[in-house]
Design a protein around this ligand. Structure first.
Ligand code: ADP
Length: 671
């Protein structure tokens, strides 16, 4: 016998348990009775519909659960109605929008199942739904991102291959890759890289693959690939491994660099050819200037001979002056040519000594005087009365001033005005850099000399009221071969080397040089700044070598060029010296042993035995203990000078030799 009260209690108990369960689950749940009126809403359903249990109880479901189609926004059949009508479970429906009581719209997924009573009849329906707005947004984002990357993959102008990292087989290839190698997409699938010529063969491929596995990344600048038609293309290959879900894949990016490589090779070959040409040009210039020096040496000796007292005929005298000028000009050009190779190979060396710049400035002015006189220029020289000491190479300093003065004369119309100003400015030296001359020969004052005038800088200014320099030319005026408009009057034009040499020499001395001009027609000004030296303590020593006449000395002139040897000998004889000549190495030794010269002028390139060897042998023989050995070469390169010193030479002269220098040495020997 069933106790109705007990049964009732149990049912109530179960209903309570069911409500609590339904309230606790995450999904929203609404139950309705057979009439379609709402019986129960759990809290999720209350949140999503905006109805409370109290408000909704007994209200028709269609009002509490108002749904429309996501795309059409038309009402859709409520799944609960169908479940009630057909007695079936209605599965999850998509694309449904729930309009809440406060009109908020949410994308939901819903399903409904009929509820049966104890009699087996349908007593209601349970509707289950959830908010899928966020999930849909996320799915949308993923879809868009995939689309974007797919588009990148499809349209990339680099080849892309995706490989299965476990098998090494290709699983995808982009259209560019297909086009690059001429294969269909399907032909790539399932195959390995080496089959396309990448990495050569299966073994090379295995090694590359192993490297990739170990490092997770490989990059090859130049890899060969074979197209289906057998043509070779060159590619840059970058590959890396990454995880996609639980699978590892390899992505290979392949860039066609065939054209770029070709271009690189062409550029390389061109720059190599240019460098070769440049080198050959330098060698040619060095050789040319060297070769030109020999005929010049002989000619200039002959001129010096002719210029000695005796040749009185005025026509001859004029002709002589003309030859003298032209040879001087030619010598200057050849010297400049030789300097080109010295500058370009950094072989300029300095023979530094401490001296007062007055004598050097005067010497430079004297060198330029004939040109100034011929062009009727007025030169104003301003020098402070007190000595200005400098640690420099006097010959090179003279060259700097001569070049600037010559330019001022050349680029000023006849009868112009030029100013040379030398002044000292106290302060620190201009660059603070010590000069990088390679060899510092004798004549330097010992350190520790008292500095009464302090250090500062020497300013040497050459200003002219000449043709001036255009603004666009000014910044490159010190570059090698830089010249202004060639159509300008250039009767005295040079090779475009002078200023480059000036800058190089000034820098070697630790100084600076600058050019100023207000433009064409406004004249120019060149300012050289050099570090000044403290003056030496008075010692009575004469800093400037005396060019005093030497007493008669025995001189041996050795040169395989008979004209040079003979003309030099004749010149020295005119100065009262006793001279012998020799034209080969062995002959030089033989003559030296019998003649016992006090000074030997020795060419280096000699038949039989070169000048260095002759010098070494001479130094071994005691009777030559006091002989002064001068090396005479075409190239006065640092290596030549060093070799000469090592061979035992006392000094070094470049061809064509200036007989005054030899005289100076002879005068010094007398002292
Ligand atoms: P070069 O005189 O042999 O041409 P430089 O190197 O000495 O070579 O000078 C380079 C160029 O600078 C000259 O060709 C000339 O155009 C310009 N230049 C040099 N000095 C002056 C100056 N004092 N006035 C005007 N132009 C000058």
């Amino acid at each position: 016998m069933i106790n109705p009260e007990a049964t009732d209690g149990m049912l109530q108990e179960q209903a309570k348990w069911l409500r609590e369960t339904l309230s606790g689950i995450g999904d929203a749940v609404i139950t309705v009775d057979v009439t379609g009126a709402v019986v129960f809403l759990n809290s999720s359903a209350e949140n999503l519909t905006g109805w409370t249990q109290a408000d909704a109880a007994g209200v028709p479901l269609a009002r509490v659960f108002e749904i429309v189609n996501e795309e059409t926004l038309q009402p859709v059949e409520n799944p609960a109605v169908r479940a009630l009508r057909d007695g079936v479970v209605v599965g999850l429906a998509n694309h449904t929008i729930l309009i809440a009581k406060d009109a908020v719209r949410r994308l939901i997924e819903d399903s409904a199942a009929p509820l049966c009573g104890a009699d087996g009849k349908i007593s209601g329906v349970m509707l289950v739904f959830r908010d899928v707005t966020e999930r849909r947004k996320h799915e949308e984002r993923v879809r868009h991102s995939e689309l974007r990357y797919r588009r990148l993959f499809e349209t990339a102008k680099d080849g892309i291959l995706i490989l299965d990292a476990d098998t090494g087989a290709i699983v995808d290839a982009n259209p560019f890759m297909c086009g690059l190698l001429g294969y269909e997409h399907e032909e790539f699938l399932g195959r390995e890289l080496w089959r396309f010529g990448m990495f050569g063969d299966i073994e090379a491929s295995r090694l590359a693959y192993q490297e990739l596995q170990e490092r997770g990344y490989v990059r090859y600048e130049h890899l060969p690939l074979k197209t289906k038609a057998g043509r070779q293309v060159e590619v840059e290959f970058v590959s890396n491994v990454y995880w996609v879900g639980d699978r590892r894949v390899i992505q290979c990016n392949i860039r066609d660099i065939t054209e770029r490589s070709q271009l690189e090779r062409t550029t390389q070959a061109q720059s190599q050819a240019l460098a070769d040409l440049h080198r050959r040009k330098d060698e040619f210039l060095a050789m040319l200037s060297h070769e030109l020096r020999n005929p010049l040496a002989a000619t200039s000796n002959a001129i010096q001979l002719l210029a000695l007292p005796g040749a009185e005929d005025p026509v001859q005298q004029r002709a002589l002056k003309m030859i003298e000028r032209q040879v001087a000009h030619l010598t200057h050009l050849v010297d400049d040519l030789l300097e080109v190779s010295r500058i370009s190979t950094g072989r300029i060396r300095l023979n530094r000594t401490s001296f007062d710049v007055h004598a050097t400035v005067e010497q430079a002015v004297a060198v330029c005087r004939p040109l100034f006189d011929r062009l009727r220029h007025a030169l104003t020289v301003s020098l402070p009365p007190e000595p200005i000491w400098i640690d420099a190479d006097p010959t090179r300093l003279e060259q700097i001033i001569v070049n600037l003065l010559n330019n001022a004369a050349k680029y000023t119309d006849e009868g112009g005005r030029i100013w040379l100003t030398v002044e000292s400015a106290s302060g620190t030296s201009p660059s603070g850099v010590s000069a990088s001359g390679e060899l510092a020969s004798g004549g330097r004052e010992p350190p520790g000399i008292s500095a009464s005038g302090g250090t500062g800088e020497i300013l040497i200014r050459v200003r002219d009221a000449g043709i001036g320099i255009a603004g666009d030319v000014l910044p490159r005026i010190f570059d090698m071969f830089a010249q202004a408009d060639r159509s300008l009057e250039r009767s005295e034009g040079g090779l475009g080397i002078g200023l480059c040499l000036v800058r190089r020499l000034v820098e070697l001395h630790g100084g600076t040089v600058e050019a100023k001009s207000a433009g064409l027609g406004h004249g120019s000004e060149f300012t050289v700044r050099l570090p000044m030296q403290p003056p030496p303590a008075p010692s009575g020593a004469c800093a400037t070598p005396a060019a005093a006449a030497a007493k008669s000395k025995r001189v041996l002139v050795v040169d395989d060029n008979v004209d040079i040897a003979d003309s030099t000998a004749m010149l020295l004889e005119k100065f009262g010296h006793e001279v012998r000549t020799a034209h080969t190495g062995p002959a030089a030794l033989e003559v030296a042993r019998s003649f016992l010269p006090e000074l030997i002028l020795m060419d280096i390139g000699l038949p039989g035995m070169n000048g260095y060897e002759v010098a070494q042998r001479i130094r071994l023989e005691p009777q030559f203990e006091r002989v002064w050995l001068i090396a005479v070469t075409g190239y006065a390169r640092a290596t030549d000078v060093k070799l000469a010193e090592e061979a035992g030479f006392d000094s070094h002269l470049a061809k064509p030799i200036d007989i005054r220098r030899v005289q100076e040495t002879l005068a010094a020997l007398c002292r």
